[in-house]
Design a protein around this ligand. Sequence first.
Ligand code: S3P
Length: 165
Amino acid sequence: MKSLYLIGFMGSGKTSIAERLHQKLGWEVEDTDQLIEEWYQTTIPTIFKEKGELVFRQYETTVLLKTTRKNTIISTGGGIIEKESNREWLKEQGNVVFLSASWEEINQRLIHDQNRPIWNNQDRDKKKLLADRLPLYREIADIVVETDGKTEHEIAEEIMNRLFV
Ligand code: S3P
């Protein structure tokens, strides 16, 4: 079967839902941030610090195109939808699941986060970034799952029911 791509803003639960789906489907999980760190042998914060966001976005596209197309759950970075070419590519793959969380929920989840350069950049208006990105997530999503107030189990079940039944 075609792979399943999880998209959504930072802190929307992509990594934990990927793990849940792995338990249910038995498919391997790939994570674009992890692939970047493995492929380029460095960390995401270091890339942002030393090379900047533009280079990070190039790396992100490179690894996105290397993701496995079949029987794999792929968790993507929150900004993957910023590039039109990434959106086009994801749309072609299909099985794109948008995990939609509210600003309040995202804030709660990321309150202690120190690993996300954009989230931790005080000069960035993250609330506006979420609002700007929302239509882009929606544009390429095959299904949109509202995650507020739902358990990981419920979210994973909803994805399975809507995609595979
Ligand atoms: C980013 C989200 C991060 C990571 C990088 C940039 C973004 O991934 O790719 O820090 O632009 O929203 P998560 O969505 O997994 O936090």
